[in-house]
Design a protein around this ligand. Structure first.
Ligand SMILES: [Zn+2]
Length: 449
């Protein structure tokens, strides 16, 4: 008789948004075929013992920038070591570039080089010339479009005219608008005003939380008028949270994201790491950290994603000239599990939900991704909650020569990661194969979560 399953994972504690259950997982042809308290071992070709370990649905990192020191290929590997089996990459269309062509290139590159499944967001640096491409992107399966309300001096900022126009077009075509919400012009003025002061000291003063809150309110207002669903990337300021809560209470379709660095780090790290910790929005205060954890618990923050954007920077580089960004994807689960679950700031179900189920729902990948259910892809993470380790640049898989978490001690780590039933990470070994990654067209959720 033929075996019913290609693989049975035995004895794990499967984690969902609703709870934790001890389940055997039968996998057939890359899909979760059966879940039961006990499956007969004789029904599986292969058996894997996960007794007492957590099993998470593969994480979905929806905020990745594979355009700096890490490529799509690199990101898929380092992400897999962090328990991430699906990434959504930003196809950055800079001024002078065509948005749809750029999205196509990212899809092509991802299909050729990614080890894990992926989707693509469009990112417009020049909406005046790029809005016309939105319809074509939507046909490609790229339906979420990011704009910057900041970085005016860099020439990346979208003003309210084009923000309104883009939202109008995006909402008409069933897409999702995404914004980096900070007041670019006021920040540029403050940057000029404090240009001759020590930059580490004025970095946060130049980018105060209230200017994030102001831009958040403006984005919410424009999206409301245009009837456009809105996703706010990397919320970092406590000041923005009441606005988001009120919008949600009014029934506005707004989804919110924060990142591990805004939950776990403060601006104090600038003293030690200098330009390595220069990221936008800036690392803020302990009070902001705590307000974000509380908002995650209360459902005001939906998603944790990495904003993985490692640049080639050294600690002694000129702070002002240094670019924004740091590596973050590989450490996302470990640091939020340590600070959140081990240190009692959030429960495990909420944490896993924010990095798997909720992003899958917002971007229409659910229930294929984001959950441990019969019929879902067997994208699974075996997480050993007793494994102690210390984060450091020597062991990370990013090409960045630094991590903001150097020396950070963690209890708990992913020890085995599989995508569609294939093991891609086994301990410290990478076993993925190129050419098996699927491009996932996105479908935007039609209501609130
Ligand atoms: Zn980003």
């Amino acid at each position: 008789m033929q075996n019913e399953f290609d693989l049975i994972i035995q004895g794990g504690l499967a984690v969902s948004s609703k709870g934790i259950s001890r389940l055997d997982i039968g996998v057939r042809k890359g899909v979760i075929a059966k879940l039961a308290p006990r499956l007969s071992a004789s029904d599986g070709v292969d058996l894997m013992d996960a007794t007492g370990k957590y099993i998470f649905p593969g994480l979905i990192d929806v905020h990745v920038h594979p355009v700096y020191v890490d490529t799509i290929e690199d990101c898929s590997i380092l992400g897999a070591f962090g328990g991430i089996t699906t990434m959504i990459h930003y196809a950055y269309a800079r001024p002078g570039m065509e948005l749809a062509r750029t999205a196509e290139e990212f899809i092509e590159k991802g299909t050729q080089t990614s080890y894990t499944d992926f989707a693509i967001h469009g990112a417009m640096f020049d909406p005046e010339n790029q809005i016309k491409d939105i319809a074509k992107c939507i046909e490609l399966g790229v339906k979420s479009f990011k704009m910057f309300m900041t970085y005016a001096k860099l020439g990346w900022m979208t003003d309210d005219y084009y923000l309104a126009k883009a939202m109008d077009v995006i909402s008409g075509l069933g897409g999702l608008a995404m914004v980096h919400a900070e007041d670019g012009l006021a920040i540029d003025y403050l940057e000029d005003k404090y240009r001759h002061r020590p930059q580490k000291e004025v970095f946060l003063k130049v980018r105060p939380g209230v200017l994030e809150a102001d831009a958040t309110f403006r984005a919410l207002s424009l999206a409301e008028v245009m009837g456009c669903p809105l996703y706010i990337v990397h919320v970092s300021s406590a000041r923005a949270l009441p606005l988001l809560r009120e919008a949600r209470e009014r029934g506005q379709r707004v989804y919110t994201e924060t990142c591990p660095q805004y939950l776990c780090l403060t601006d104090e790290i600038l003293q030690e790491k200098g330009p390595l910790a220069k990221i936008g929005p800036p690392l803020r205060t302990r009070e902001d950290n705590q307000a974000l954890w509380d908002a995650l618990k209360a459902g005001v923050i939906d998603v944790i994603a990495s904003d993985h954007a490692p640049k080639d920077k050294k600690i002694n580089d000129d702070f002002f000239e240094a670019p924004f960004g740091s590596p973050s994807s590989e450490t996302m689960l470990n640091v939020t599990y340590q600070r959140g679950v081990n240190e009692g700031r959030v429960d495990l179900c909420t944490l896993v939900k924010s990095m798997s189920e909720t992003p899958a729902k917002i971007f229409g990948l659910y229930p294929r991704k984001g959950t441990i259910k019969e019929g879902s892809d067997a994208d699974l993470v075996v997480f050993d909650q007793a494994r102690k380790h210390t984060i450091g640049k020597a062991t990370q898989h990013s090409n960045a020569p630094y991590t903001l978490y150097e020396g950070f001690e963690c209890l708990g780590a992913p020890t085995l990661v599989m995508q569609r039933g294939r093991v891609i990470v086994d301990g410290s070994e990478f076993k993925g194969k190129k050419g098996e990654a699927a491009f996932l067209p996105v479908e935007i959720i039609s209501g609130l979560l």
